[in-house]
Design a protein around this ligand. Structure first.
Ligand SMILES: *[C@@H]1O[C@H](CO)[C@@H](O)[C@H](O)[C@H]1NC(C)=O
Ligand SMILES: *[C@@H]1O[C@H](CO)[C@@H](O)[C@H](O)[C@H]1NC(C)=O
Length: 526
């Protein structure tokens, strides 16, 4: 979730006698299946042109492409130690004109933990292969505010043009040649003021979050020439944080009438409504946020409407993921970024935010009406068995910065949490029976930090020590384990070993940063 380094668990398809040096032999390497992610999924993006095409990005474990059978294929597993910062993906853009084109803004940290500058990874074959365009600054795929976005965007009318919103005060950048080279947009002078914690001497929380999203108004232009209207959100509180250009990026001004109380996390266009929806939180995320709002900006009339679904004592979170159903203008959904208790929350509206219905509501305390059924069959170690005694009780999830409805299928939706991807294929039931199916749908996503692996000469094939989620006894390498290690439960297993003369004796050591009553104590770890 927020480990310092990601490694996918790998195993050769052949058995694992590691004792003798053998002559070179061809191995077929495959991922060891855990079935469900294992960390934060800050971004999921559907392509608006090609049916079924979608990608997910993770903070320490690379990017993934969705398959028709709901599994995911890793795109960055080729990255070796020298390119470990490719696994931190701070933004993702899939081309609305030529869907084969995919761009990833990668780099792990903007402080000293990552000595390398970032890069835009460019693919013209749906992520099978990439070329890297080096940036002259760092990119923070595992930094605060990584769930905002997307901060990388492709012009839907002229797809050679891309914008990237940088962190650290580096401003807005533009490419006019499909991402090959980048120049700073000198006319865009606001670089964002928000810093999570200026006193953090590690540099992790004391860096500027910077530009948080770039959204083209596709309806303002026509195919073949650069889109005139572009909205840009920046991480600031108390001063203008949403800007617009009406001349394809030559000049910029603050959008009039905006409410600057909170930080804009997402700016999502609803083309049919000619509206921009903005979710706000009082923190940068992904862990924080105790207040927030949602606004709808009517582009034709230049008016803002507050459409926040809850108020008063019911509002104890900021808002993160937001999506519009492109098949049904006015149908929108939003996720509470972190409703730590009693569970995560998602709201849906079919009238452009005039009225909302929730994913759960109190029947009479402490009984909840859950307007969903839940299945973690693909990754049974999630849900009730989850390692974290506290967040484990959250079925719906936390750190919910990504929420998407398939642009070609109103029933198909996905959302990312701090632990996995959930979603389902019967979303329209929300509007009829008000009861949808939520399933763990992260099969193929592997974004854990592997601390140790053993393959004792007898017993289970493999045992793993894993950051944040303990680790597993892998009785099979091809099916998801039922639980992580449960007794004792810490969070991170730092190492694991077995006694050579008695391989059934296994020792595991760990650190407990998770078994705590209040989830915000996670913050202190970073
Ligand atoms: C701006 O947003 C805050 C927080 O939602 C709200 O309390 C305030 O009334 C809003 N200001 C205006 C002028 O609407
Ligand atoms: C929704 O359906 C599930 C599965 O059938 C059921 O357990 C749950 O009680 C239903 N929710 C409500 C509020 O009726």
């Amino acid at each position: 979730m927020f480990s310092f380094k990601a490694l996918t668990i790998w195993a050769a398809a052949s058995a694992i006698p590691l004792i003798f040096a053998v002559s070179p032999q061809a191995y077929t390497w495959k991922n060891v299946k855990i079935g469900g992610g294992g960390g934060f999924v800050p971004g999921i993006v559907f392509n608006p042109k090609e049916k079924g095409l979608a990608y997910a990005r993770t903070d320490i474990g690379g990017a993934y492409k969705l398959n028709a059978d709901d599994t995911w294929t890793p795109l960055l597993d080729f990255a070796d130690d020298a390119r470990w910062n490719y696994w931190g993906v701070d933004a993702l853009a899939t081309d609305p004109v030529q869907p084969n084109r995919l761009y990833l803004a990668t780099g792990m940290y903007t402080n000293s933990w990552d000595p390398n500058n970032g890069q835009i990874l460019i693919s013209t074959d749906y992520g099978k292969t990439f070329t890297a365009s080096k940036l002259p600054f760092k990119v923070g795929g595992n930094m605060p505010g990584r769930g905002m976005g997307e901060r990388l965007a492709i012009d839907p009318n002229n797809n050679a043009v891309l914008y990237f919103g940088a962190r650290s005060g580096n401003g807005l950048w533009k490419s006019v040649n499909f991402g090959s080279t980048w120049t700073k947009v000198s006319s865009f002078t606001n670089t964002g003021t928000f810093i999570p914690d200026a006193s953090d001497s590690s540099g992790y929380n004391s860096d500027k979050i910077g530009i948080s999203w770039v959204t083209f108004d596709s309806t303002s232009g026509s195919s073949g020439s650069s889109t005139p209207r572009i909205f840009v959100g920046v991480a600031s509180k108390g001063s203008n944080n949403i800007f617009v250009s009406n001349d394809a990026g030559s000049t910029w001004s603050a959008v009039a009438g905006q409410n600057t109380t909170f930080i804009p996390h997402k700016g999502v266009l609803s083309p049919a409504e000619k509206a921009l929806y903005v979710t706000y939180s009082d923190g940068a995320g992904p862990y924080d946020g105790t207040l927030g709002s949602i606004y709808k900006y009517n582009i034709a009339t230049s008016t803002w409407t507050d459409i926040t679904p809850v108020s008063g004592s019911d509002l104890y979170f900021g808002f993160g993921g937001f999506t519009v159903d492109l098949q049904k203008p006015g149908t929108i959904m939003v996720a509470a970024l972190n409703s730590w208790w009693p569970d995560g929350q998602i709201f849906r509206s079919t009238d452009g935010g005039a009225s909302w219905s929730p994913l759960w509501a109190w029947a009479s305390y402490p009984t909840m009406n859950k307007y969903y059924s839940y299945s973690d069959s693909l990754a049974p170690w999630l849900g009730p068995n989850y390692v974290d005694g506290t967040a484990g009780n959250l079925q719906i999830g936390w750190m919910m910065e990504s929420l998407v409805i398939n642009p070609f299928d109103s029933n198909h939706w996905l959302y990312g949490t701090g632990a996995t991807i959930y979603g389902g294929r019967d979303l329209l039931k929300w509007d009829t029976t008000h009861n949808v199916t939520i399933k763990s749908l992260a099969d193929g996503i592997e974004e854990t930090s592997i601390q140790g692996l053993i393959s004792p000469p007898s017993g289970p094939t493999l045992l793993s020590a894993v950051g944040d989620i303990e680790g597993f006894v892998h009785t099979s390498l091809d099916s998801a384990p039922a639980t992580s290690f449960l007794n004792p439960k810490w969070s991170t297993s730092a190492d694991i070993d077995f006694a050579g003369n008695k391989p059934t004796n296994i020792v595991r050591i760990g650190t407990g940063d998770r078994y705590v009553p209040k989830s915000l104590s996670y913050l202190s770890k970073n």
